[in-house]
Every structure is written in structure tokens, then in C-alpha cells.
Design a protein around this ligand. Sequence first.
Ligand SMILES: C[S@@+](CC[C@H](N)C(=O)[O-])C[C@H]1O[C@@H](n2cnc3c(N)ncnc32)[C@H](O)[C@@H]1O
Length: 278
Amino acid sequence: MSKKKNKKAKGSKKIKKALEPFDKYDLYMKSVQAPEADVEFFDKTYKEIRGKRAHSLREDFCGTFGITCEWIKMNSKNVGVGVDLDPEPLAYGMNCHYAQLSAAEKKRIKIYEENVMSVETDPMDIIVAVNFSYYLFKTRLMLRSYFKRAHQDLKEDGIFMVDCFGGPLCMEPNEEEKVFDDFSYFWDQDKFDPVTNEALFHIHFKRKGEKKRKEAFTYDWRMWTIPELKSLMLEAGFKDAYVYWEGTDKKGEGNGEFTRVTTAEDCGAWVAYVVGVK
Ligand SMILES: C[S@@+](CC[C@H](N)C(=O)[O-])C[C@H]1O[C@@H](n2cnc3c(N)ncnc32)[C@H](O)[C@@H]1O
């Protein structure tokens, strides 16, 4: 090995020492997830619709199951179930979230490494599928089958909540950067097909002093509209399907507060919840 090469190797070692090992789940958690706000919305919405508190929640497509853990911490009567078929995010969740729960809290949580289409769990007050995970079902038939399973696995007065997003800005290729203290998050809308409503998205990360790490996560999705989601929930057996739309702050940005609506003003990009009432 030449001297020059040796020097370079020493230099890169120095940079590596200064940074934590790259962990895409850690950066995803810091840039995308807000489990405290999520469980607050689920708790409040169930209470608004049913007039009582929910105590059991299943998080489908749970990944690192941050929501399930937050649900457990919210109330000592709460039980939580997470379902995901990929052992990798589940292992991250075990080390990062589950490990921080008390012994009593750990007794109230169950994690299934299984398919949401075949998992068997106790009847639940609430089932959620968030961060648009169910967009991987690309046909009405598949999505209706999933909604039917959620309906079947709820208690008689259970409710099902999914988030969704849309607007013209989400239907064209573009890349948005969000800057955090020591890294940047990129939401890359790679492709959109107006005939099928299928879309390809990626998440990239760039930590300070490092090159961009492309395609840490990739999503091959079908963009579902709110009217489609409502009608599929009704076809799956739900008595009603409500829409919760995000309010705006003074700058016109989303404020994280969702209220029930029957119509909404058009905007470039929006996020909403559709809530199926059994
Ligand atoms: C977009 S990630 C969302 C993770 C998590 N909900 C969040 O908010 O961060 C989608 C997750 O769904 C899981 N998944 C995909 N198909 C599944 C299926 N049929 N059953 C269970 N999990 C599935 C993947 O393993 C992945 O962890």
C-alpha cells in the first residue's frame, strides 16, 4: 500500500470515529415519525366517536412499532399489538423502543412477525395503518380484502384509521429536502403514472460530512383518493367512513390538528385520515 493511500485511510477512519454508525431507522424516526401525536389523535378520535376511551390498539405495518409502544405508555390500561412481516425493523423496535419500556409495560405488548392479511389477534378497539403503508395494495380487490380483515378483527364498536396524502404536488416528479441539525432528509417523488395512479417514492438521507445515501427506503405505491378509500371501507362492511382534514397555521402550513369534515379546500399537498366506523 502506498503512503498516500495509507494517509487517506487514516483520514477516513477519523471521520467515521466522529459519527455514529449510519442507521436508516434512527434517521427515519427523527425525520418522519411522530408517535406521540399519532396516539393522541387515535385516542381523541375514538373518544369523540364512541364516547369512551379505547384500550386496545393494533398497529398494522408497524415497522419499528413506535406507535404501539407509545400507546402502551399513554395509559396503564392500554394493550398494544404490532404486526409487520419484516424482521429487520422489528429488531430495531425491540432494541430502541421495547427495551425502554418498564417490565409492566412489556406485559401489555405483543409483536407479530406476520402478514396483516393472515395474522390472528384478539378483537381490538382500534386498528391503524399509517405512513400510507397500505398503498402497497394496488387493486381495489386487494385493498378491500385488507379492509375486510381489519373490519373482522375489530370489536363490535371498534374503529379503523388510515392516513392518506395527495394533491397536485404529489403527482409529479420532484424532490424535497428537509434539513435537521446533523442530517438532511429527502422525499423523492421519482415517478407518477396518471393512468394507473401508481407512484414510486424514495427516502434518501445525507449526514453532515458524508455523501448522500440514496434510496434508504423505496415505496412502490398506488395513490388512493379519499372517495375511493371511503367507498372501499363501506364495501368492506364499515357502517360509515369519516374524513379528518388537517388545519393550517398562519403561514398556511399543516398544523397537525385534524378535524372531521365533509368537504375541504383544494391545496397543493395534503395529508388526511379516513376513519372506518364498524
Ligand atoms: C412504509 S413502512 C411503514 C412502517 C411504519 N408504519 C411507520 O410508520 O414507520 C411499511 C411497512 O410495512 C411492512 N409490510 C409490508 N407488507 C406487509 C404485510 N403484508 N404485512 C405486514 N407488514 C407488511 C414492511 O415490512 C414495512 O415495515
